[in-house]
Design a protein around this ligand. Sequence first.
Ligand code: SAM
Length: 218
Amino acid sequence: MPRVLEPELMDDPEQALAYARANFEQGNKQFVQQFIDANADFQSGHILDLGCGPADIPIRLIRALPTCQVTAVDASEPMIRLATEAVNAAGLADKISLRCERFQTLLLDEPADATISNSLAHHIPNPLQFWYRIKQLTKPGGGVLVMDLLRPESPEAARAIVEQYASSESPILQRDFYNSLLAAFTEDEVAAHLAELNFSRLVIDVVDDRHWVVRGRV
Ligand SMILES: C[S@@+](CC[C@H](N)C(=O)[O-])C[C@H]1O[C@@H](n2cnc3c(N)ncnc32)[C@H](O)[C@@H]1O
């Protein structure tokens, strides 16, 4: 099945709220644990989160690694408003800096010590630009952890995944999940993007029936 693009930003307020209210606890906990496992010596430093959404991952990350700082970036204003509420409620405004910007034009004072991104890649029209920006925004040798959806074989397979994993979620979330599956990349496509940019120390793994993870160092 060919890739079907979906809108890049989640900037409809209802859509952002549906996403913020959905329960991603298990996946987000696992994502943070994967970062910790892959970066065992990483106790303090600056972590960049691209496409942070409502900031659940940055909050979990800082609770696990309290001497780190996170810059969390999302170009959707409604999403950044929800992220600001969540970060303030967690009392972590001094640890998590939220920026409402597109990662394509983001400028940092200096590259981050590590970069993470969960569920952003499928929103991006030009995946090479995404990987190129990760290279530019991360210090040489810095850790990278990127997770995203895996494109199924067919629209029917995508519907079955939505039914299996999101049947109790809101209609907006189910619609977005389906569209995101159609917009996602295959393992071979991601491997080709990494090869094109000479990322010899990043590897892709398909971790379950609907996700891939890229981890390693730039
Ligand atoms: C599916 S959400 C994932 C949120 C979060 N990472 C999580 O795992 O809960 C993807 C987010 O990426 C944001 N996004 C899409 N394109 C972007 C871009 N070019 N620059 C910054 N953020 C972007 C969307 O607005 C959306 O909030």
